[in-house]
Design a protein around this ligand. Structure first.
Ligand code: HEC
Length: 239
């Protein structure tokens, strides 16, 4: 009987291992970084996408980050009207996104509002028709947290257009302001450039074990990482 039990136990354990390893072999369960808190959202699709699929990680998130999640607006620190647009979870929740239904999704309603006093971002910074349409299609396609690695543009990465929006939304909540955590201030280009030059930025982002992994809650998404890397490789310019 003892033997039977052992065999059963071994079987059960191996079954568990098989299921577990299957789960982990799918390379889509990367954590999505947030403002440092424990954000366990999974990227549902990190493989290649068809040309007409809108990618949340590569297209929508950078667009929303650079146009809405600035300090004083909808970043983790300011959260105007309780709306924080820094990561997938927060965008879905506080932007009140209804997958498949743009006209019933608050975020889409406010970016397309015809009333100049209500439209977001306030004029003259309103989104372009192409940007609004990308958000519309993304919601119509189910508002997924998809990645579409093939759509990550690393060819024309700039500090102001790509890198700062990433850093500002993922790091500044803890490293901006009057008393930055760990005594590390990241408030502008010069602060960040210093972390590039001493190697600390790459060390914390790639979680190489030399410095503390940052952000603490989980790695930044793949596309953001590749863009930061491309920017550094290109000389980390103030462009
Ligand atoms: C939730 C708050 C939080 C967020 C978000 C955060 N950090 Fe940190 N960071 C800390 C704290 C706390 C420390 C000090 C850690 C320690 O010494 O244990 C720290 C330390 C650091 C250090 C020094 C690490 C070392 O070992 O020398 C760097 C560099 C850094 N952070 C960069 C970043 C960057 C870049 C980001 C964004 C990608 C980021 N941090 C996001 C809280 C945060």
């Amino acid at each position: 009987m003892g033997t039977h039990f052992k065999i059963l136990a071994v079987l059960a354990v191996s079954l568990l291992l098989v299921t577990q390893s299957c789960k982990h072999s799918i390379d889509d369960d990367l954590p999505v970084p947030g403002n440092g808190s424990t954000d366990t959202t999974k990227v549902t699709q990190s493989d290649t996408c068809s040309p007409d699929t809108v990618s949340f990680q590569s297209e929508i998130l950078p667009l929303i980050r650079s146009n809405c999640a600035m300090s004083g607006c909808h970043d983790a620190g300011s959260k105007q009207d309780g709306v924080e647009l820094t990561n997938y979870d927060k965008i879905m929740q506080t932007g009140k996104i209804k997958p498949g239904d743009p006209s019933d999704s608050e975020l889409y309603e406010v970016i397309t509002d015809s009333d100049p006093d209500k439209v977001m971002p306030p004029p003259p910074a309103s989104l372009t028709p192409e940007q609004k349409n990308a958000i519309r299609i993304w919601i119509l396609q189910g508002a997924k947290n998809n990645s579409c690695a093939n759509k990550c543009d690393t060819s024309n990465v700039t500090f102001s257009g790509n890198v700062w929006p990433i850093i500002n939304t993922t790091c500044s909540g803890c490293h901006g302001g009057g008393s930055p955590q760990g005594g590390v201030a990241i408030r502008n280009y010069n602060d960040l450039k210093a972390l590039v030059d001493n190697g600390h930025l790459i060390s914390v982002l790639t979680r190489d074990g030399v410095r503390k992994p940052m952000p603490p809650g989980g790695p930044i998404e793949d596309c953001a990482m590749r863009q930061v890397q491309a920017w550094i490789n290109d000389g980390a310019k103030d462009n």
